[in-house]
Ligand binder design. Structure first.
Ligand code: UFG
Length: 337
């Protein structure tokens, strides 16, 4: 009896594989290393068990997906595998739809064929765009500003439609901004090429491998003018998946979207200050133009996560910075040693 983790070599997937193992689940990882490394699977095995099952497969390959379900006794699926770069999705929308929606459909078909009725799906706060009311709750209107965001919206709709008519129940976790790393320092975020996201860039500047951090705008309608996000520690986020699977095992029906954040916002300038305190390094920055497509501010309403999943984020921004910094210092080249 195992939990299938698609995209389990990725940033959130790898931490979730460890959390599931720690909670007593057997884990099968599937990944095609499109944006991850075999060394991440080695790192997960080192923290869990050398026997942890891994299958290298593309989820668009229906036969390969079917084989995974035939060869392992899967009781539930945590589906991460997806492309996730907003700018890339704007220039290559069809590739994003094909991959993100196609892989979900393949997983759903295989689940239904094999009588697997529990799905935890990786969604994003990007489905809200700029919320009108903060903190943003799950009942707020959805509108995504990029093809990437729309793949997440469409995926939620597909899952809801399938859950309405077939024996399938799902929790769709809308992640806010995951940062941090496993406390061991052996598992973390390893973006290909130049990172898009703030915290990996902050760490590179603190570590001296990048000169200056561009701050995308200081004239937003926020306390200090810089963008505000709800950063959530990746280990807390991983635990939310374990909690979601438990809720599904308890017989929950239908498809439910749940925010996963801390419930409070941190500005870019506040985050730089926290990173400076934790690392003891100067983090030079330069305010530049706003980044197209960015929202000014967003943070999560977390009542549903608490009431429905029994989950709450435990780690604050300093712990996020400390753990991300440890990972960065111990693995300056990421998994490519
Ligand atoms: N930022 C900078 N400088 C940088 C990078 C980011 O100032 O070099 C700022 C952004 O403007 C934003 C904040 O840091 O205010 C966070 O930016 P990230 O790129 O780390 O995260 P986003 O909130 O933009 O992105 C997240 C997810 C995406 C998702 C997107 C939807 O990482 O997957 O929200 O808006 F699609």
């Amino acid at each position: 009896m195992a939990v299938l983790v698609t995209g389990g070599a990725g940033y959130i997937g790898s931490h979730t594989a460890v959390a599931l193992h720690d909670a007593g689940h057997e884990v099968v990882i599937v990944d095609n290393f499109a944006n991850s490394s075999p060394a991440a699977v080695d790192a997960v095995r080192a923290l869990t068990t050398e026997d942890l099952a891994f299958v290298e497969a593309d989820l668009l390959d229906d036969d390969a997906v079917r084989r995974v379900f035939e060869q392992h006794e899967i009781t539930g699926v945590v589906h991460f595998a997806a492309h996730k770069a907003v700018a890339e999705s704007v220039s290559e929308p069809s590739r994003y739809y094909r991959n993100n929606v196609g892989s979900l459909l393949g997983v759903l078909d295989a689940m239904l064929e094999h009588g697997v009725d529990r799905l935890v799906h990786s969604s994003s706060c990007t489905v809200y765009g700029q919320p009108e009311v903060l903190p943003v709750s799950e009942s707020a209107p959805v509108r995504a500003a990029s093809p990437y965001g729309r793949t997440k919206l469409v995926s939620e709709q597909i899952i809801s439609d399938v859950c309405a008519v077939r024996p399938l129940a799902a929790v769709m976790l809308r992640y806010f901004n995951p940062v941090g790393a496993h406390g061991s320092g052996t598992l973390g975020e390893d973006p290909n090429g130049i990172p898009n996201n703030l915290v990996p860039l902050v760490m590179q500047v603190a570590g001296g491998s990048r000169g200056k951090l561009p701050v995308f705008g200081d004239d937003y309608d926020t306390a200090d003018g810089s963008g505000v996000r709800d950063y959530v520690h990746v280990v807390d986020l991983a635990d939310a998946h374990v909690a979601a699977l438990e809720v599904l095992a308890g017989g929950h029906e239908g498809a439910t979207a749940v925010n996963v954040g801390t419930g409070s916002g941190t500005s870019v300038l506040e985050l730089i200050e926290a990173a400076r305190r934790v690392t003891g390094k100067a983090i030079p920055y330069e305010v530049v133009e706003r980044r197209p497509g960015d929202v000014a501010k967003t943070w999560a309403a977390v009542d549903l996560a608490h009431d429905f999943l029994g989950w709450r984020a435990k780690r604050g921004i300093e712990e996020m910075m400390r753990d991300h910094w440890r990972w960065h210092c111990e693995n300056p080249g990421g998994y490519r040693r």
